[in-house]
Design a protein around this ligand. Structure first.
Ligand SMILES: Nc1nc2c(ncn2[C@@H]2O[C@H](COP(=O)(O)OP(=O)(O)OP(=O)(O)O)[C@@H](O)[C@H]2O)c(=O)[nH]1
Ligand SMILES: [Mg+2]
Length: 314
């Protein structure tokens, strides 16, 4: 085969593309899945619910069965009953993504029984988004002692008559992810690229916001009770310095003085731990040395102040 013919054959491959929004209750593994699909860290992950606060966009190209698949992915906050303006904004983000989606990918956790939030969300999908292609992924199957349980869950979820397909997966162990992409591709509407495939930026985000998120991820990891839900991070300054060093100045906001004391810790040990862990990860991602300057400020009742929430990007 001459090169010319070979090239022509390659470009004749079928292309499928579309917007896929990843939704579901908190902590089911939505952000873990988008990171897996993008093959980079775009969205922070933590063992605590309500980690993601805004929609995170990314795109990727996969090739399966001689078909080129371009997914424009949206990771969303976990669906929950909001208790403040921050929570209300999170729900607005989810609705925005649902409206944008060609395919809605709902995630549930195979290891926990369905909760109120799952039922509320299923009702929302039934009432407002039944005309869209809705696929269900049952995540965390790696944690199932008895894999047959996945079949029972599939049967139960089928009874809602809502899902076009149901796929058991493990986002962490990369199980059945190719199958999931293949299933999604059957419902993608376009037969062309949505984003120029030469565009090498898989994660459509803002660096300052991403750095703030990495810092917040460490706070989620090391602090407990209400603190993770009352913490906001804002990067004030990023400055390239000599010898491949980046200076990053960021403020951690909390609602009360007592929370400020916990974040700082005895002899400043907690803030040191958060700073060290964030700095190490940022150095790995940015491939540069990082000097991370962290301040902790009290901003009374910020989770109910719309102006502040918007100024910080949530
Ligand atoms: N065992 C196992 N754990 C998983 C899997 N996927 C995610 N997790 C864990 O589940 C927890 C929550 O993961 P996230 O990706 O932050 O969940 P999320 O749905 O984005 O959560 P919110 O942003 O709070 O809505 C983390 O501790 C993950 O490591 C999986 O496939 N298997
Ligand atoms: Mg998340």
């Amino acid at each position: 085969m001459t090169n010319n013919i070979k090239e022509k054959r390659e470009t004749q491959k079928e292309i499928k593309s579309g917007y896929v929004c990843i939704v579901g209750k908190p902590n089911v593994g939505k952000s873990t899945l988008i990171n897996n699909l993008l093959n980079i860290k775009a969205s922070i992950v933590s063992p605590k619910p309500q980690t993601t606060r805004v929609n995170i966009y990314g795109y990727t190209i996969k090739e399966i069965d001689n078909k080129i698949i371009q997914l424009v992915l949206i990771d969303t906050p976990g669906y929950h009953k909001p208790v403040n303006i921050l929570g209300q904004n999170m729900i607005k983000h989810i609705e925005l993504a649902l409206n944008e989606a060609d395919v809605i990918l709902m995630i549930i956790d195979a290891t926990t029984p369905l909760a109120d939030e799952d039922f509320l969300f299923i009702n929302l999908l039934k009432e407002k988004f039944n005309n869209k292609n809705i696929i269900l992924a049952i995540n965390k199957i790696d944690k199932l002692e008895n894999r047959n349980l996945a079949l029972t869950i599939i049967e139960e979820m089928n009874s809602y008559g809502l899902f076009k397909e149901i796929v058991p997966i493990s986002a962490i162990k990369n199980e059945n992810i190719d199958k999931l992409i293949k299933v999604i591709s059957n419902y993608l509407p376009y037969n062309d690229y949505l984003i120029d495939p030469k565009d090498k930026q898989p994660f459509i985000g803002n660096l300052k916001f991403f750095i703030a998120e990495v810092i917040r991820e460490k706070i989620l990891l090391f602090t407990h009770q209400e603190l993770p839900y009352k913490t906001a991070v804002f990067v004030e300054q990023i400055e390239e310095r000599k010898n491949d060093l980046i200076y990053i100045g960021a403020t951690i906001f909390v609602e009360k003085e007592s929370q400020r004391a916990i974040i700082i810790g005895k002899n400043g040990q907690m803030i040191k731990k958060i700073g060290k862990s964030a700095r190490e990860e940022l150095e790995f991602i940015l491939k540069k040395r990082v000097y991370l300057d962290l301040w902790v400020k009290e901003k009374e009742n910020w989770t109910s102040k719309l102006d502040f929430i918007q100024s910080i990007g949530y």
